[in-house]
Design a protein around this ligand. Structure first.
Ligand SMILES: CC(C)(COP(=O)(O)OP(=O)(O)OC[C@H]1O[C@@H](n2cnc3c(N)ncnc32)[C@H](O)[C@@H]1OP(=O)(O)O)[C@@H](O)C(=O)NCCC(=O)NCCS
Length: 173
């Protein structure tokens, strides 16, 4: 399904920030749908996707954004939060595009939106935690394209045989 035609800025991908409980519930349902990600969600991810979109409403440092397709259904979602230390490093808590809407530049534009949000929040940088599973190769490539460097790897972090990779991009001041 094609995406609505849009202009620039946050509107570049027609992304809306979650502002109501109904929107938060839609985003949670989108992120929790089966097979959106290449590997099974961990129990922690399930909990986070269930609760964090609603918890982030009205929070200056944490937020969720979503994009609707022409039929009005959510076809992409992004979550960003400040680190638990609350010291200006932000993390992407979720990024996923519906499979029928991939390879149209939406993932790139949402990640650019995340970087813009961190810069506007005077953050020092953006951390992206992802999986070593080969199904995440598009994500690894997208991160490299936007100047993220792999800064760490934790073996078997998600599940035995599935490592976590940390990618980071500093925000130029
Ligand atoms: C990873 C993902 C977010 C990319 O979103 P997308 O909208 O398809 O990506 P874009 O169209 O913006 O492409 C941006 C770049 O990503 C990379 N990319 C996207 N799809 C790719 C593919 N199938 N193979 C290799 N690289 C790919 C490329 O570098 C591409 O740039 P290019 O078009 O100049 O080559 C999307 O594939 C997705 O939602 N995957 C499932 C969920 C997921 O893995 N999320 C990451 C959680 S850690």
């Amino acid at each position: 399904m094609s995406l609505p035609k849009t202009s620039s800025g946050a509107e570049k991908c027609a992304a809306q920030r979650v502002a109501t409980l109904a929107e938060a519930e839609e985003v949670s349902a989108f992120l929790l749908q089966p097979n959106l990600f290449g590997t099974p969600l961990t129990p922690g991810e399930q909990e986070e996707f269930k609760t964090h979109p609603a918890a982030a409403i009205g929070c200056a440092d944490d937020g969720y954004w979503f994009v609707r397709n022409e039929g009005g259904s959510i076809c992409a979602a992004l979550g960003v939060r400040m680190n638990v230390e609350r010291t200006g490093i932000f993390e992407v808590s979720a990024l996923a595009i519906q499979s029928s809407c991939r390879s149209q530049g939406l993932g790139r534009r949402l990640l650019e939106l995340a970087l813009g949000f961190v810069a506007a929040s005077k953050g020092r940088g953006l951390l992206f935690e992802t999986s070593s599973d080969p199904s995440y190769a598009p994500m690894h490539k997208l991160l490299a394209t936007l100047g993220f460097k792999q800064v760490g790897r934790f073996p078997d972090f998600y599940y035995p045989g599935e490592d976590t990779l940390w990618y980071y991009r500093a925000i130029e001041s």
